[in-house]
Design a protein around this ligand. Structure first.
Ligand SMILES: Cc1cc2nc3c(=O)[nH]c(=O)nc-3n(C[C@H](O)[C@H](O)[C@H](O)COP(=O)(O)OP(=O)(O)OC[C@H]3O[C@@H](n4cnc5c(N)ncnc54)[C@H](O)[C@@H]3O)c2cc1C
Length: 405
């Protein structure tokens, strides 16, 4: 049994858990990360997330992660909105408008799997971090001095002691369930189908990140660095339909051909279907247990806010944990973490992602026309475009969190 009581136990080597370990280490705090996946299947996880916003790039840069990710990603200064029915580009936003607000006036298209691969290498090389792969967290208890967590590794049960436990386990967080914290919100009735295609959509005028509205079949279209380069297209998928039927090669090909007719078949390199939730935990903290990232909030990927806001949680939390462990502050500082980050999850991430989906799937022709006019007007006016980008790139949400006391 480990008796090390000055460290933080982080459950889950996702982007949030690993970044938290790196920031804590930078502040001189030791941590242990437990991850249920093994070294030989860690990089086999389904493709998700990858648009890293300017505010997040600044944070990656603070821990030396940005320089590892940039060569593996694509720099995307532009964001486009399209109308599929009218087959027109409605508006184009250029992150260059943020040049006085951030050192990174662009989005870095770099998938979650590359982020965790690079972050795990850095965590392993850091003497203040310990990582246990193939180690599944199953429960914990807490008292005035610390926490005791139960983990299982290859059939062996072990107890790990630490001062605090942070759940970076993702949406199915055992910590959250054990604490009986409600995950308030809703689940969309339609699922999302993701198709990965080896085809260069830029020849049709698309940029690295595109949101495409349509009264019947909205889409997102994103470009990822290879080799080979891939584009990811999202479509709504009827949750009553059999996922196997929706993902036959013929069904996927038909979707893509309807989206953009092509004389040759598209080269499809993968597909998956996922359920989309909009939920925020009723509390982010109970005593020595803290929720961060997807264990605290989940949202639709339209707007690319889940991973980004989770990384922002990690930075906010690391600062407070370090101050508590050094004796500079008491544990009530963690209530401020909850006030700041839960407010942002509800007022920014949830509100904006719900709005984004509504915008893309709007059916009323009059409202669609008004939406398109407003997007056009916003993109063409430098002041409005900057304000739009400050919101979409999460710079505003970080600034607002700092103002909450
Ligand atoms: C299709 C899709 C596209 C997305 N695109 C974007 C995007 O472009 N931008 C964006 O910001 N967000 C996006 N998101 C959301 C993003 O993927 C998540 O918000 C992000 O991965 C959350 O990170 P996390 O570290 O909190 O949790 P996760 O990434 O879920 O990681 C949790 C880790 O914990 C481990 N774990 C779980 N349970 C246990 C246990 N009991 N014991 C030990 N280990 C455990 C898991 O194996 C995993 O490694 C997307 C999501 C989806 C589904």
């Amino acid at each position: 049994m480990s008796t090390d009581s000055d460290r933080i136990l982080i459950v889950g080597a996702g982007p949030v858990g690993l970044c938290l370990a790196l920031i804590l280490a930078k502040k001189g705090v030791r941590s242990i990360v437990v991850e249920q996946l093994r070294d030989d299947n860690f990089l086999d996880q389904v493709p998700r997330a990858g648009s890293n916003h300017p505010a997040t790039l600044e944070l990656y840069d603070e821990i030396g992660l940005y320089e590892k990710l940039e060569p593996r990603g694509l720099i995307a200064p532009l964001l486009q909105y399209w109308d599929r029915e009218a087959r027109i580009k409605v508006a184009e936003f250029d992150h260059a408008y943020l040049k006085n607000d951030t050192r990174f006036p662009f989005v870095l298209q770099c998938e979650r799997i590359k982020i965790v691969e690079e972050a795990l290498k850095m965590v392993r090389a850091n003497p203040l971090c310990e990582v246990r792969m193939a180690t599944t967290f199953t429960g914990f208890s807490q008292n005035d001095d610390g926490i005791m967590a139960t983990v299982e590794t290859e059939g062996r049960t072990e107890i790990i002691a630490a001062r605090y436990i942070v759940s970076g386990e993702g949406a199915r967080s055992i910590v959250r369930k054990q604490l009986d914290i409600d995950f308030e919100g809703f689940t969309y009735s339609d699922n999302t189908l993701n198709i990965e295609v080896a085809y260069d959509f830029s020849q049709h005028g698309y940029t690295e990140r595109n949101y495409i509205s349509d009264p019947v079949e909205w889409s997102n279209l994103f470009h990822w660095k290879g080799p080979p380069d891939r584009w990811r297209v999202h479509f709504p998928a009827d949750s009553d339909e059999d996922p196997e039927v929706l993902t036959t090669p013929e069904a996927l090909q038909a979707r893509l051909q309807r989206f953009l007719p092509n004389s040759r078949p598209y080269e499809i390199v993968g597909s998956n279907i996922y359920t989309v939730h909009q939920r925020v935990a009723q509390k982010f903290r109970a005593g020595r247990a803290i929720l961060a990232g997807d264990s605290a909030h989940v949202n639709s990927p339209i707007g690319a806010m889940g991973l980004n806001s989770g990384i922002h949680d990690a930075f906010n939390l690391a600062d407070k944990l370090a101050r508590i462990l050094s004796g500079e502050a008491d544990a009530s500082l963690l209530d401020l973490y909850e006030r700041q980050r839960r407010h942002i999850a509800i007022q920014h991430t949830q509100a904006q992602t719900i709005r984004n989906k509504k915008l893309l799937q709007e059916k009323d022709p009059e409202i669609r026309r008004r939406n398109n006019d407003e997007l056009r007007r916003t993109a063409e006016d430098p002041k409005l475009a900057r304000e739009f980008l400050l919101r979409s790139s999460l710079i505003n949400s970080l600034r607002e969190a700092e103002r909450i006391q």
